[in-house]
Design a binder for this molecule. Structure first.
Ligand code: AP5
Length: 225
């Protein structure tokens, strides 16, 4: 399905993972988070996981040589035939270009890039108060989205964790890396007329609605031309 080859781009803590989970479920496409894929490699203690670890803990980007092969292999699996939602990739202009070429090799192209716009001041509070489920990946926030029972996942009762890179010093480096390396990707998608910009400072359900409306509007325009 042509309109289901999607990426979601935004700074750390903008809500990419939160929105991607809902959007992927609604559109019946896989949610591919490069952060989650890397964390899974780390858990499994693969060679890739071991090599990526120090970069992730410092809040730096993992080298392209490790990311690109992992992603191309994932995009070729049968569940991506009807589309996919990439979260956390591309993070540099080079990755955006590599994605374009990767899809071209598979006779596909990107449909839309959802851009989450949000002021940086809000992000530290979102990340330092985030808790995640290590089993199913559900994302919580101690103030805006607390679990029903403190410290436990609503879905599988696992003990929630505070991600090692969600401590203030590392968060500040992640934001710096975002400003320097990832922000240019937004301009790239505007130039390619693929960008749908959404105000990500609104409450979670409102952001979901804005994304839905943005995608519908662009689909409508495309069907008229
Ligand atoms: P990754 O896991 O991708 O981290 P990130 O991009 O920093 O994004 P986050 O997961 O921190 O934030 P999010 O935008 O998903 O926010 P969330 O929905 O959780 O990457 C981790 C590391 O892996 C990188 O640092 C790097 O080392 C490596 N890596 C990954 N991909 C790479 C790549 N392509 N190239 C190289 N290296 C790569 O929400 C945050 C919090 O806010 C939650 O608590 C949530 O409940 C809350 N919240 C969300 N939306 C709202 C809202 N609207 N209102 C109020 N609260 C909200």
């Amino acid at each position: 399905m042509e309109f289901n080859n999607l990426v979601i781009v935004g700074p750390p803590g903008a809500g990419k993972g939160t929105q991607a989970k809902t959007l992927a479920k609604n559109r019946n496409i896989p949610h591919l988070s490069t952060g989650d894929l890397l964390r899974e490699h780390r858990r499994q203690k693969t060679e890739l996981g071991k090599r990526a670890s120090s970069y992730m803990d410092a809040g730096d980007l993992v080298p392209d040589s490790l990311i690109l092969q992992m992603l191309e292999e994932r995009l070729q699996r049968p569940d991506c035939v009807q589309g996919f939602l990439l979260d956390g990739f591309p993070r540099t202009l080079a990755q955006a270009e590599e994605l374009r070429k990767m899809l071209e090799r598979q006779s596909r192209s990107l449909s839309r890039a959802i851009i989450l716009e949000i002021a940086e001041e809000i992000l530290v509070g979102r990340l330092s108060r985030r808790r995640v489920c290590p089993t199913c990946g559900s994302v919580y926030h101690l103030d805006t989205k607390p679990p029903i029972e403190a410290g436990l996942c609503d879905d599988d009762a696992s003990q929630l964790i505070h991600r090692p890179d969600d401590h203030e010093e590392v968060i500040l480096n992640r934001l710096k890396v975002y400003r320097q390396q990832t922000r240019p990707v937004i301009g790239y998608y505007h130039r390619h007329r693929l960008a749908i910009a959404v105000d990500a400072s609104a409450p979670i359900e409102d952001v979901t609605r804005l994304i839905h409306e943005g995608l519908e509007e662009r689909a409508l325009v495309a069907s008229r031309v």
